[in-house]
Design a protein around this ligand. Structure first.
Ligand code: ADP
Length: 392
């Protein structure tokens, strides 16, 4: 059997999925993660069916790190892979900059160019690259394919990506890029199976997970997105603030005497649903809570999403369909209901029973806008790109 491994390497965890390749079609086999790489490492792997295959903990305080975690994972796969041949590894890479508008096979030059983008995504890019480097050192002949969160948005126009800043800043790469591109690309690819009008028309996709963003698509191509230069812009998220008046940052520096590290920590880790509620970043917890601050956080989340929907509909010059996806989008019926209620002015009319059952179509028959719940699958998208770039 031939297999493809998909890796999503973050600051403290490495998530992975394995797919079998049978006559160029992909089947998910197993997925798992190694988390708390630098504090209490824990490895868990499950079959596609959800059944746990293995689980391992390292002693408290052991710092496994990215290199040793990757070595462990590849050894584990070799020992438990039933003699499968690993054809290639596909990576989720947050930033492709201007250079990479589509996935690319990794070599030393690509690694160097991606490392040069670290200042644009300092919280993610170094950890994405750490996994690539660890594999390249241990298995120099194993093909690795970099798949970018930014690439799907390469179709956006210069007008869309421009911040109103002087050219000397813009020239240094300070512009809107957009993220979650692998998720949106997956949605764009499967959308024709659900709704041909949405696939060829004006559609806004809402990726609402721990990270959350929204993308306007025309004919399946990205036209505008809520995330910009970094993945903190746009709507509020689990722990990220979303868009702020830049004056707030100046206030933090001048009046609150915060340094960049403290500000980054606040904006990325202590804001959003967690910051407003003071309870949790987890939508399930907030929806189950009676606390007024939990309701306030959910209300603000839905309000900002509805406002952004108006903005993206304006960017598209109309709206045919809305697609909800990712953890909250796929599962949180009350959030979808509130966003749709606030969007009634656009012609959105919800079917409450369909919404309670998570669709896939959740709009009423007489709704002017079709509303869908479509599960995303970034891992499959990466596996597909990886397979496409191999000469089999
Ligand atoms: P990530 O961005 O880390 O991939 P997910 O896409 O898994 O995250 O989304 C995580 C979010 O989805 C969390 O806020 C979680 O509470 C929410 N979520 C998952 N299942 C449900 C559910 N049944 N009801 C409400 N929210 C849910």
């Amino acid at each position: 059997m031939n297999a493809i491994l998909v890796i999503n390497s973050g600051s403290s965890s490495i998530k992975f999925s394995a797919f079998s390749v049978v006559s160029r079609s992909l089947e998910p086999i197993a997925h798992g993660l190694i988390e708390e790489l630098y504090s209490r490492p824990h490895f868990e792997v499950k079959r596609h069916s959800g059944e746990r295959i293995d689980d391992k903990r390292w002693p408290d305080g052991e710092r496994l790190g990215h290199d040793k975690a990757i070595a462990f994972l590849l050894d584990w796969l070799r020992a438990h892979g039933g003699g499968a041949t690993l054809l290639a590894v596909g990576h989720r890479i947050v930033h492709g900059g201007d250079a990479y508008r589509e996935p690319v096979r990794v070599n030393a030059e690509v690694v160097e160019r991606l490392a040069a983008l670290i200042p644009l995504a300092p919280l993610h890019q170094p950890h994405n690259l750490a996994a690539i480097k660890a594999i390249a050192e241990a298995h120099p002949d194993l093909p690795q394919i970099a798949c970018f969160d930014t690439a799907f948005h390469a179709t956006q126009s210069p007008l869309t990506t421009h911040y109103a800043l002087p050219p000397d800043i813009t020239r240094r790469g300070v512009r809107r890029y957009g993220f979650h591109g692998l998720s949106y690309e997956y949605i764009a690819r499967v959308l024709p199976d659900y709704d041909s009008r949405a696939a060829s028309g004006k559609t806004v996709a809402l990726h609402l997970g721990n990270g959350a963003s929204m993308t306007a698509m025309a004919d399946g191509k990205s036209v505008a997105s809520s995330m910009g230069f970094t993945a903190v812009e746009g709507i509020p998220m689990g722990t990220r603030s979303g868009s702020l008046d830049p004056g707030v940052i100046l206030w933090m520096i001048d009046e609150a005497k915060m340094d960049t590290r403290a500000i980054a920590d606040l904006l990325y880790k202590r804001s959003g649903l967690l910051g407003v509620s003071g309870i949790s970043s987890d939508m399930r917890t907030l929806l189950a809570s009676d606390a007024p601050s939990a309701a306030e956080a959910v209300d603000l989340f839905c309000y900002r999403i509805a406002r952004e929907l108006g903005s993206l509909a304006a960017a598209l010059g109309g709206l045919d369909a809305i697609v909800f996806t990712a953890g909250i989008g796929e599962n949180a019926a009350p959030v979808r209901a509130r966003v749709c209620e606030r969007s009634a002015w656009l012609g959105v009319k919800l079917d409450p029973d369909a919404n309670a059952k998570h669709g896939p179509r959740i709009s009423a028959a007489d709704s002017a806008i079709d509303v869908w719940v479509i599960p995303t699958n970034e891992e499959r998208m990466i596996a597909q790109h990886t397979l496409d770039r191999l000469e089999l």
